[in-house]
Design a protein around this ligand. Structure first.
Ligand SMILES: Cc1cc2nc3c(=O)[nH]c(=O)nc-3n(C[C@H](O)[C@H](O)[C@H](O)COP(=O)(O)O)c2cc1C
Length: 220
């Protein structure tokens, strides 16, 4: 039987993922994108899988416009979300791009908003993330883009069919620097066969320190 220590040091073991927030300007070619989408659809899924649909946006003007609209929506929704404008100050800076200047945004869309369809999208997203990492690419899920991508007029602009639900937006690109894997959780035995995992707390991109970390490093 493999114990936890052996598993965590096995050379081919996927150890986790690090969000990348600084990219080289080049865009991902279509062959690589197809490889990543193939990995995404190979993810585990619900027994009656609904087809996923991928939307790829590589036009920087469109990405900037989506980012600007997403920031405006965030401010408009701030009180409903319980966020103070102080809390949002780093997001609303004119030079802050929610896509971190990555040249490729891929959005995984579902046919409906059922729990299963949403799970399929996020499982596909995780497969894509790990596949990208395995070929030296960086990724970051961009939850901040979900609301704007679901606006009817934005769907129309992007050619997303009315019946599709944009669920999982993810930026992909060549990292500007190597992102070393950081140990971010500690496993602690709490009984004969029970473990507790303490994960690193906080969401780094909501902290003002982000601006003091132009290389995209985590503040902690
Ligand atoms: C559903 C989801 C939405 C996210 N949205 C954002 C986002 O809008 N902006 C961002 O910078 N990171 C976003 N992230 C990335 C998380 O902040 C990141 O995974 C977290 O900081 C942990 O870092 P790690 O991926 O390096 O472990 C999102 C992650 C998930 C799973």
């Amino acid at each position: 039987m493999t114990n936890i220590t052996q598993a965590s040091t096995a050379p081919s073991m996927v150890r986790g993922h690090d969000a990348v927030r600084t990219y080289d300007p080049e865009v991902i070619d279509s062959h690589t994108l197809q490889t990543l989408m193939t990995a995404a659809v190979g993810a585990q899924n619900v027994a009656y899988p609904q087809p996923l649909q991928f939307v790829v946006i590589q036009d920087r003007g469109v990405l900037k416009s989506l980012s600007d609209r997403a920031k405006a929506m965030l401010v408009a929704q701030s009180s409903a979300l319980g966020l103070s404008l102080d809390h949002l100050s780093s997001f609303v800076q004119p030079d802050f791009n929610i896509f971190y200047d990555a040249g490729t945004l891929l959005v995984i869309c579902a046919r409906n908003r059922s729990n299963f369809a949403l799970a399929d999208c996020w499982l596909a997203e995780e497969n894509l993330v790990l596949a990208a990492q395995s070929i030296g690419l960086g990724t970051c899920a961009i939850g901040l883009a979900i609301s704007v991508l679901n606006l009817p007029e934005v769907k129309q602009e992007l050619g997303i069919a009315k019946e599709l639900a944009p669920v999982a937006p993810i930026i992909i690109g060549k990292p500007r620097r190597v992102t070393p894997y950081r140990v971010k959780s500690a496993l602690r035995p709490v009984g004969r066969s029970a473990w507790t995992v303490r994960r690193r707390a906080g969401v780094p991109w909501t902290l003002p320190e982000r601006r003091a970390n132009p290389e995209g490093t985590h503040p902690n």
